[in-house]
Design a protein around this ligand. Structure first.
Ligand SMILES: Nc1nc2c(ncn2[C@@H]2O[C@H](COP(=O)(O)OP(=O)(O)OP(=O)(O)O)[C@@H](O)[C@H]2O)c(=O)[nH]1
Ligand SMILES: [Mg+2]
Ligand SMILES: [Zn+2]
Length: 302
């Protein structure tokens, strides 16, 4: 449920939580991933006095992970065994960074992890007096045909029923930039479990990092529902994803793939490109294509 350096809180079947360490022989194995991470299913020995020893880690179904260092190919697991990810951004304070959202989505696709998009702080949004769409809708409408998009306000309680429906019975990793309200939202869903909520630093307009470690919590009620609050992410490396496979990681491109004149089409400039045609016909959002092009050409650092 939670990691503190070399200690892990392990919740066992009867609901008790054992503060556990990892068996020495396990620790000697060298892996390209974290040996034990929040979300892992483990075999644990109850050694008494609320303590445990992790004997083995079950194979992971999936992970939400990122590379620890740009030069290294050891992944840092954000959450093991998630059923889905909720990528949370805010209408403002901080402003949504859609390139970053697209990177999150590509990362999720590369791990076959279903993704939801949350747009928090809609209470701060300005709705046009002439009935023009609000900023949130203008920015996120292109995603609505591709992913579920939830418009939320942790402070005003907007969108919470729909969110609860989406979370019910699943294990969800909630990830996003610092200050968008991840912890605030989970506090509203589970007022019993306390989490730190930060204050926006005025100087940068970016949230201050307040959540420092992933914490998995069970929300009240049935079916069993787990959400992981994660620390704010500033930058996300997509290293390890092959440029040639990027097009498949944009779901709205998929109906058009394999239909280009050149079998190895990059969809950037070739004649007879089905993706370009779909873009021109409005079947692919321009901003999404721009994210693809930036990742594909490496102008957006992978
Ligand atoms: N107006 C408004 N403010 C919100 C809302 N949700 C959160 N906030 C504020 O946004 C700030 C940051 O909220 P947090 O919940 O700490 O954000 P976080 O995403 O957990 O940030 P990190 O832990 O740093 O990753 C706090 O000042 C909250 O009170 C909302 O729906 N509307
Ligand atoms: Mg937080
Ligand atoms: Zn093409």
């Amino acid at each position: 449920m939670r990691a503190y350096g070399k200690f892990f809180d392990v919740q066992v079947a009867d609901g008790r939580v054992l503060r556990s360490t990892v068996r020495g022989s396990l620790r000697r194995r060298r892996l390209r991933t974290d040996l034990v991470a929040v979300g892992d299913r483990v075999f644990v020995t109850d050694v008494g006095e609320g303590e445990g020893q992790i004997e083995a880690v079950a194979p992971r179904t999936r992970v939400l992970a990122r590379l620890a260092r740009l030069t290294d190919d050891v992944e840092q697991v954000i959450l093991a065994n998630p059923d889905q990810a909720l990528f949370l951004f805010s209408v403002r304070d901080p402003e949504p960074h859609l390139r970053m959202l697209d990177r999150f989505l590509v990362l999720a696709e590369s791990r076959s992890l279903p993704a939801l998009i949350g747009v928090n702080k809609v209470d701060l949004d300005e709705v046009g007096t002439g009935g023009e769409p609000s900023l949130a809708h203008r920015l996120f409408a292109p995603y609505e045909g591709i992913y579920p998009v939830l418009y939320l306000s942790a402070s005003d309680g907007i969108g919470l029923e729909k969110l609860r429906e989406r979370l019910a019975g699943r294990i969800t990793a909630v990830a996003g930039p610092s200050g968008v309200g991840k912890s605030s939202l989970l506090n509203v869903l589970d007022p019993e479990g306390r989490r730190e909520v930060g204050v926006i630093s005025d100087a940068t307009g970016k949230g201050r990092h307040t959540t420092t470690a992933t914490v998995l919590r069970r929300l009240p009620g049935e079916p069993p529902t787990y959400v992981a609050d994660t620390p704010g992410i500033r930058a996300l490396s997509l290293q390890g994803i092959e440029p040639e496979s990027l097009d498949e990681l944009f779901p709205e491109f998929r109906p058009f793939l394999g239909r280009c004149f050149y079998p190895d089409c990059t969809h950037l400039h070739e004649p007879g490109c089905a993706v370009q045609e779909a873009l021109a016909a409005g079947h692919i959002p321009v901003s999404r294509f721009e994210s693809y092009a930036a990742l594909r050409t490496g102008s957006s650092d992978r």
